[in-house]
Design a protein around this ligand. Structure first.
Ligand SMILES: Nc1ncnc2c1ncn2[C@@H]1O[C@H](COP(=O)(O)OP(=O)(O)O)[C@@H](O)[C@H]1O
Ligand SMILES: [Mg+2]
Length: 458
């Protein structure tokens, strides 16, 4: 039952401080106390949030009458709403969280709130009257994920799961005094709704035929690496690709901070854990990839390969988990392959270099390169099919690329250029019951691809 006490925030009610509080706040405090005496917390815990609100509103209206508090209807409604907001919701933060244009909320002590809208910071009036009230809200947020923040652990970084208020969840970071000098400091990053492939296409990140080819590649269980720089849209692309995985497959996702929002039902989402204050208890991407192999996954999606986990990922791709997806920080498709190879060699397992080359050659099928332009557009600038085998040097045959000099539809500069598709890729798609999307042709021979004869797309 103690778990439900958090709904009312009683643990952090603290002593009344009549000097700094207005009569309004005293009234809110008094009602919260009465509410606690009057409601059955166990029953409340069984209700969902909407039901809980209705129930609390009813009790509060009754309490206001019983206590003989004289208020106009408007005042009473606003008082009841405020108490309910503070009791079950996040009080002052509710309206900010409800604003879809806000991507980040930064609270630097009770009197300073900044929000980020469309990449710009702006200061907004703070509704918190004191640090005690802010602490109470912080407490409520971190207790929903069974975390604690107080003097003994004054720093918390946690992920909030998606709910009605946060459609994709959020990441919250709290630092308390004395570490934070200006008072309790909380940073909430709200994950926006991710773009699907159609939205990416609408934004010009990829052309229609290529988008179809990518979808076919996912369905045909190609192992795909999405490559790009910071904020180039890798995670977004990974998420968009994942939507094409058939619903009957079991998917395991592994991330440092869960950002992926898969549409399928049968998804196991795993997240790493940092070490505790004694430096113990860390669970890494590697640990999770290894463990996931015992979870009978059909596909494994790793949010980003940054180190030794590349080896485990390659092994998974090579041993019956075809159709796995990951991202890597690299600037070209070739670079992405050497990064994977280098990272795989960073694992403590001693593997001769030629063996790693084989792992990459037989593991990875396709690399999608993304680039963020200075104007903020993100684009698929290159897609390569890895046609080399065994210990041979990497050979990528181009499927599509963005040519900055080509003239696109309407005379605009830059266009997607399609290339003849490697016969082995075409065959693989065909075997999986997929056809080549319109506009793509099969390469007649090996040499043809090297000539790089592309067809501008318009
Ligand atoms: N094609 C796109 N057009 C516009 N914005 C995009 C596009 N793809 C991604 N974004 C946005 O760019 C930001 C970074 O994307 P993300 O996928 O997290 O990048 P990365 O994983 O490479 O760091 C996000 O806010 C995302 O919504
Ligand atoms: Mg990312």
């Amino acid at each position: 039952m103690s778990g439900y006490r958090g709904f009312i925030g009683v643990e952090s009610l603290g002593p009344e401080n009549t000097e700094t509080e207005s009569s309004d706040e005293l009234l809110v405090r008094r009602l919260k106390r009465l509410l606690l005496e009057d409601v059955d917390l166990q029953e409340l815990g069984r209700l969902d949030e909407a039901q809980r609100r209705v129930r609390l509103e009813r009790v509060l209206n009754h309490l206001v009458s019983r206590e003989g508090i004289i208020l106009s209807t408007r005042e009473r409604n606003s008082l009841v709403r405020r108490v309910v907001d503070e009791a079950v919701g996040l009080g002052v933060l509710e309206p900010i969280l409800a604003d879809p244009t806000v991507s980040e909320i930064m609270i630097n002590g009770h009197d300073t709130i900044y929000v980020e809208r469309a990449g710009r910071l702006e200061r907004i009036p703070s509704g918190f009257t004191n640090n005690e009230q802010l602490l109470q809200t912080i407490d409520r947020i971190v207790s929903t994920v069974n975390r604690r923040v107080d003097e003994s652990s004054p720093m918390v970084d946690a992920r909030l799961p998606p709910d009605a208020r946060l459609p994709r969840g959020a990441r919250v970071n709290v630092v308390l005094p004395p570490l934070a000098l200006r008072g309790p400091t909380m940073t909430i990053r709200l994950f926006p709704k991710a773009y699907g492939m159609e939205e990416l296409q609408a934004r010009g990140a990829v052309d229609e035929s290529t988008a179809r080819l990518l979808a076919a590649a996912v369905r045909a269980r190609l192992n795909i690496v999405v490559s790009g720089g910071t904020a180039s849209g890798k995670t977004t692309m990974l998420n968009a690709l994942s939507a094409f995985i058939p619903g009957h497959e079991r998917i395991v996702t592994i991330e440092d901070a869960a950002e992926l929002a898969l549409v399928q039902d049968h998804v196991v989402q795993l997240e790493t854990r940092p070490p505790n204050v004694e430096g113990r208890g860390a669970v890494t991407i590697r640990d999770l990839v290894r463990n996931s192999l015992r979870m009978r996954p059909d596909r494994i999606i790793v949010g980003e390969c940054r180190g030794g986990e590349a080896l485990d990922m390659l092994q998974a791709m090579n041993t019956g988990h075809e159709g796995s997806l990951t991202t890597v920080h690299a600037n070209t498709t070739d670079d992405a392959l050497s990064r994977m190879e280098t990272m795989a060699s960073m694992s403590e397992v001693e593997i001769p270099f030629h063996a790693l080359r084989e792992q990459v050659n037989s593991g990875i099928d396709m690399v999608i390169q993304l680039v963020r332009s200075p104007d903020g557009t993100r684009r698929v600038v290159d897609i390569g099919y890895l046609s080399s085998r065994g210990r041979a040097d990497f050979a990528l045959s181009r499927i599509s690329h963005w040519d900055v000099h080509a003239i696109g539809a309407g005379g605009s500069r830059g266009a997607f250029v399609r290339h003849p598709v490697d016969r082995r890729l075409a065959q693989r798609l065909k075997d999986a019951g997929e056809s080549l999307p319109e506009g793509f042709v099969v390469a007649d021979d090996e040499r043809r691809e090297d000539a790089g004869g592309g067809v501008p797309w318009s």
